[in-house]
Design a binder for this molecule. Structure first.
Ligand code: ATP
Ligand code: LTN
Length: 332
C-alpha cells in the first residue's frame, strides 16, 4: 500500500522555462519528490487558452519533459505525464465547470491579466481555465500543490469548487493545500522588477531561461535594474531590483539575507550582480547539460510519457468514476 501523501503540479508548455518557474516551482518539486507520491504534469491543454504555433507547442512539450527529468525528478519514482494524454482531465473539467460560478471566475487575476494581454482572443477556455486546473488537482486527491505565488488564487478556487461539490454529494474530493517556497515564490523581471518574470513576456531581457548559455545569463544580470544608491539591502517595497537579486542569490546559494548583506557591505552593485549571475549559471548548468542530452533521446522521452500517462490515468479514472456515479450518470 502506498501511504505517501499526494502532490500534483503542472506547468504550461507556453514558452521556454524560466528561472521563475525553476525557483518558484520545479526546484521544490524535486525536494518534495522523495517523500511524496508526486504527479508532475505538462499542461498542454491549458497552454492553448492562448494561441500557440502547433510545431512549437509540440517541441516545447518534449523539451519541458526533458527539463523536469534533468532538474532531478526521477520518472521511476514519480509520475511525469502530458495532460492531453489523460482524457479524465477534460472529462472532469466539464463537470466542474457546472459547479464553478461565473462570478468567482471573473475575480481571477490571471484571467484579467491574460485577457488584457490577449484582447483579440478572450476565449471561453481562458475564462474557465481554473475549472480545468481544479480537475487536474482533484483527480489525484492531491494533498499539496507546490506552485509560485501567482497560482495561490487558483488553488483557493480549487478548494472552493471541491467544497461545493463535497457539500452536495459527500466526501468525494480531498481539499488540497498550496505549498509555497519561503524564498523564491515570486521572482521578478530583471529589467522591470515590478513585474513577475514570465515565460510569455515580450521583454526577453528581463527573463533568465533554464536553457540559456552562461554568457547570456551573465549579460542579463549585468544589465539588471537596481537603484541609485549602492546598498545591498533587502527592502522589497523601496528597493525592488536589489531585493529581487537578493532573493535569486538566496535561493541559488542557500544564504540568508543578512549573510548576503554583510557579504556585499562596501562593495558596489557591479560585484553583486556578477556574483548573482555566477551563482545562477552554476545552479542551472547541470540542468541545462542534462536536458540537452535528454532532448536528443526521443525514444526515452516517449517511454517516460507513455508510462506516466498510464499510471496517471489509473489514478484519475478512479476519481472520475466516483464523480460520474455521484452526479447521476448511468454507468457503462
Ligand atoms: P506564462 O507567462 O505562460 O503565464 P509563467 O512564466 O508565468 O507562464 P507558469 O507556467 O504560469 O509560468 O508557471 C509555472 C510555475 O512556476 C507555477 O507554479 C508558477 O507559480 C511558477 N512561477 C512562474 N513564474 C514565477 C516567478 N516569476 N516566480 C516564482 N514562481 C513562478
Ligand atoms: N495554472 C498553472 C499551471 C497549472 C497547474 C495545474 C499548477 C495547470 N494545472 C495544477 C498546479 C496544479 C500556471 O499557470 N502556472
Amino acid at each position: 500500500m502506498d501511504e505517501k501523501k499526494v502532490i500534483f503540479s503542472g506547468i504550461q508548455p507556453s514558452g521556454d522555462l524560466t528561472l521563475g518557474s525553476y525557483m518558484g516551482a520545479i526546484k521544490n518539486w524535486v525536494e518534495l519528490s522523495e517523500d511524496y507520491n508526486c504527479y508532475y504534469c505538462i499542461v498542454d491543454m491549458h497552454a492553448i487558452t492562448v494561441r500557440q504555433v502547433p510545431a512549437d507547442l509540440r517541441r516545447r512539450t518534449l523539451e519541458q519533459l526533458a527539463q523536469y527529468i534533468a532538474a532531478g525528478i526521477d520518472p521511476t519514482k514519480n509520475t511525469i505525464f502530458i495532460q492531453s494524454h489523460v482524457p479524465a482531465h477534460a472529462e472532469l473539467a466539464w463537470i466542474l465547470n457546472c459547479y464553478t460560478m461565473f462570478g468567482e471566475l471573473s475575480r481571477m487575476t490571471q484571467f484579467k491579466d491574460k485577457a488584457a494581454k490577449n484582447s483579440d482572443n478572450i476565449n471561453a477556455g481562458l475564462f474557465t481555465y481554473p475549472a480545468l486546473m481544479a480537475a487536474d488537482i482533484l483527480l489525484y486527491q492531491a494533498d499539496l500543490v507546490p506552485v509560485g505565488d501567482d497560482q495561490r488564487q487558483h488553488v483557493e478556487i480549487t478548494r472552493d469548487i471541491a467544497n461545493r461539490f463535497n457539500g452536495i454529494y459527500g466526501d468525494v474530493f480531498k481539499l488540497p493545500e498550496v505549498y509555497n517556497p519561503k524564498v523564491g515564490a515570486r521572482i521578478m523581471s530583471l529589467t522591470s522588477p515590478e513585474n513577475k518574470m514570465s515565460k510569455s513576456d515580450k521583454d526577453k531581457g528581463g527573463c533568465i531561461y533554464i536553457m540559456q548559455s552562461p554568457d547570456d545569463i551573465m549579460r542579463c544580470f549585468k544589465r539588471a535594474v537596481t537603484d541609485s544608491d549602492t546598498w545591498v539591502h533587502y527592502d522589497p517595497e523601496n528597493k525592488k531590483g536589489v531585493s529581487n537579486l537578493m532573493q535569486i542569490y538566496a535561493v541559488a546559494t542557500g544564504k540568508s539575507f543578512e549573510t548576503i548583506e554583510s557579504e556585499f557591505t562596501g562593495r558596489g552593485y557591479g560585484d553583486f550582480k556578477t556574483a548573482v549571475g555566477e551563482a545562477v549559471v552554476e545552479l542551472l548548468r547541470p540542468v541545462r547539460e542534462k536536458a540537452s542530452k535528454l532532448i536528443a533521446d526521443k525514444a526515452y522521452l516517449e517511454s517516460v510519457y507513455k508510462e506516466g500517462a498510464e499510471r496517471a490515468a489509473y489514478a484519475a479514472n478512479k476519481t472520475l468514476r466516483k464523480v460520474y456515479k455521484k452526479v447521476g450518470f448511468v454507468g457503462k
